[in-house]
Design a protein around this ligand. Structure first.
Ligand code: GLP
Length: 252
């Protein structure tokens, strides 16, 4: 695991977006597909803006396959609070990605079909040869995707209960805490860790504590992001705010 600290979110986001854009461009030139794993939340918005800029400057997403990390449950895709809507507004509506190449967990699947649906979601990822680049944010509970504390390293894509802290953080997108879903479908830790390259982006002072807990402490299921410590090809990318509790590191 490598730690990269940038002076601000703008530079950190531009760095990651360029890495992703260069990867896609290289794959495009070989007429190969790129498989991306994508997060939601406030943190990646600027990365998506930059990817749109790269697209406007000529980068094609026609050979890009995407798999989103998670979706609330229950959640109808067309609702404004859904991660489907988020992805359309923040990225997909602005690039030439093919609709059939976009995968986001379906939050409207009937309860008795969730298990087989989640197994199929992982099978699809594997059928594409796995995820080339996985972008992650981090929740204040130390979650990646919606893998809350207690998630095992070999956990599969599944229906999970959201931590109360996570639901409070999600409140701004909903009118009232009662409307924030109590569950979600999330990609499991196991398949996330199988990605060939992972960027975890963490921005702002409110993430400083969780960064310290997850990356300067033992690996523990109580801090699911800490599993990343054990993996190569992981870059944890921070701004100054998110790194303020971390021992001195070289700035990029
Ligand atoms: C949600 C998402 C996570 C994301 C987290 C952090 O819980 N499911 O994938 O990393 O929010 O959100 P933010 O970037 O808004 O802090």
């Amino acid at each position: 695991m490598e730690l990269k600290i940038f002076p601000d979110g703008d530079k950190a986001s531009k760095y990651i977006a360029k890495e992703i854009a260069d990867f896609i461009s290289d794959k495009n030139s070989k007429k190969e597909r790129s498989v991306l794993g994508l997060p939601t939340g406030n943190t990646p918005i600027q990365v998506y803006e930059e990817l749109i800029r790269h697209h406007n400057e000529g980068l094609s997403f026609r050979n890009v396959i995407t798999f989103n990390l998670d979706e609330y449950y229950p959640m109808v895709a067309s609702r404004k609070e859904s991660y489907h809507t988020y992805m359309n507004i923040n990225l997909f509506n602005h690039i030439d990605i093919q609709k059939e190449n976009v995968h986001i967990p379906d939050g409207s699947i009937p309860g008795d079909m969730i298990k087989s649906y989640c197994d199929e979601y992982e099978e699809k990822i594997k059928a594409f040869g796995g995820i080339d680049i996985q972008l992650l944010g981090i929740g204040r509970t130390g979650h990646i995707g919606f893998n809350e504390p207690g998630s095992k390293k070999d956990s599969k894509t599944r229906l999970v209960e959201l931590d109360e802290k996570t639901r409070l953080d999600a409140l701004s997108g909903f009118r009232d805490l009662n409307f924030v879903p109590k569950k979600a479908i999330t990609m499991g830790i196991e398949i996330i860790l199988q990605a060939k390259k992972i960027f975890l982006l963490s921005l702002g002072k409110k993430k400083a504590e969780v960064m310290n807990k997850c990356f300067f402490n033992d690996v523990s299921s109580e801090r699911p992001a800490s599993y990343l410590q054990e993996k190569e090809n992981v870059e944890v990318v921070l701004d100054e705010g998110a790194s303020m509790l971390i021992p001195s590191y070289k700035m990029h």
